[in-house]
Design a protein around this ligand. Structure first.
Ligand SMILES: Cc1ncc(COP(=O)(O)O)c(C=O)c1O
Length: 395
């Protein structure tokens, strides 16, 4: 049987493709410190878990396609509290994870063959999703040397052609940990205005910003560019709800939202139980997010200081999210990451990293880089970095 060409173009996730080697190591009794995946280890808010424990609705029915009214109202409350009082339930489409919001936004703005500009390295699943919908991602390089901040406007403009429908950005950034400054975002908004481009802003790490920074959401430009700004969001990381599979698409473009709702009707609804649980976000005390942010900031410090002390490792100070991309003194980081799992042991322990080449589309880029996610407790992070240092010596 002939399967589609499209199927063969979908890449394996760079975050997950080394899992079989890690499983093998585990079977051999080796402890593997997983710095490869951004699945938070912090406890989900108690008020949400209580919904599951006390569940007494006897039929798990579909929710409404736009979203469960209680969850929609909780999200509207959340965005209003974030400083966007004009966002109401009408401007929100509930999605099955931020992942679905990304796909819906792509379908909403691109015809097959159209393109979106993305800043490289970028969240690898953008490419998998784009391939599903026949959208072409055009990478614009950013560099470790300036902390992966945006290039200037004229550089970005060079990549615009007749197929360009918009710019997809992730702020705070996965995989780099960069938080874009207001002047960078203002530049993008002005560019989008002048060149009639959509701005798709993935803000799933909105709360995770460090050193006293404030996150600038593209929602703060929504009234200036009402038709063109689409925010993609998720509760996965914010409340450690990755398995709940809930996110949202937010826009004040009514025509776009009407269309997105028709897409949503085609897949019926997001999870009913999940939404009932996540709707309790209105009762999550502010101290929860504050503690989570402090914890990740401390972890960021440990990772940054630890990696900085290893000879030959190139690092910038991550400003947000819980990732960083670093260069290693190796020629082929993918081989090195595999070898860590198959061969290297320090007292029966090793580390798992994500080779960064999978976060690039440009040929040959990121070959000596890895992405680390700091979603382990501090003592484990310290140990993982110690192991990495020894492994680099041995390689
Ligand atoms: C930048 C970014 N966007 C979107 C997602 C999708 O998250 P989810 O589908 O769990 O909401 C992730 C998950 O890791 C991510 O890192």
């Amino acid at each position: 049987m002939n399967l589609s060409h499209r199927l063969s173009t979908i890449p394996a996730s760079p975050i997950r493709k080394l899992i079989p080697f890690a499983e093998q190591a585990k079977k051999q009794g080796v402890t593997v410190y997983r710095l490869n995946i951004g699945d938070p280890d912090i406890k989900t808010p108690e008020v949400m878990l209580t919904v599951l424990r006390q569940w007494d609705i006897s039929t798990i029915s579909y929710a409404q396609s736009k979203g469960d009214p209680e969850f929609l109202s909780a999200l509207a409350w959340y965005y209003q509290r974030c400083g966007y009082p004009f966002i109401t339930e009408h401007h929100i489409q509930v999605t099955s994870g931020g992942s679905e919001a990304i796909g819906m936004a792509m379908v909403a703005v691109c015809n097959p063959g159209d393109s979106l500009l993305v800043f490289e390295p970028f969240y690898a699943n953008y490419q998998s999703i784009a391939l599903l919908y026949d959208v072409r991602l055009v990478p614009i390089q950013t560099s470790l040397k300036n902390g992966f901040h945006l290039p200037d406007r004229s550089t970005i403009e060079r990549y615009i052609d007749e197929t360009t429908k918009g710019i997809l950005l992730c702020n705070p950034n996965n995989p780099t940990g960069t938080v874009y400054r207001k002047d960078e975002l203002t530049m993008l908004v002005s560019l989008a205005k002048d060149r009639d481009l959509f701005l798709l802003s993935d803000e799933v790490y909105r709360e995770f910003v460090y050193d006293g920074r404030t996150h600038v959401s593209l929602l703060s430009y929504a009234n200036e560019l009402p038709e063109q700004i689409i925010v993609l969001d998720s509760v996965s990381k914010r409340y450690s709800l990755c398995g709940a599979r809930l996110g949202a698409l937010i826009s004040i473009n009514k025509e776009l939202l009407d269309g997105v709702l028709r897409i949503a009707q085609g897949r019926l609804s997001s999870g009913f139980v999940d939404q009932k649980m996540a709707a309790k976000l209105v009762n999550v005390p502010d101290s929860y997010m504050q503690r989570v942010r402090e914890e990740y900031e401390q972890r960021r410090n440990v990772v940054y200081e630890g990696l900085r002390s290893i000879n030959g490792v190139g690092i910038h100070k991550p400003e947000g999210a819980f990732y960083t991309v670093v260069s290693l003194p190796v020629e082929n980081a993918e081989m090195f990451c595999q070898w860590l799992l198959t061969d290297f042991r320090l007292e029966q322990e090793t580390v798992m990293l994500a080779p960064a080449n999978g976060f690039y589309l440009s040929e040959g880029k990121g070959k000596n880089e890895v992405r680390l996610a700091y979603v382990l407790e501090i003592p484990k992070l310290k140990r993982a970095i110690q192991i990495l240092a020894k492994a680099l010596d041995a390689w």
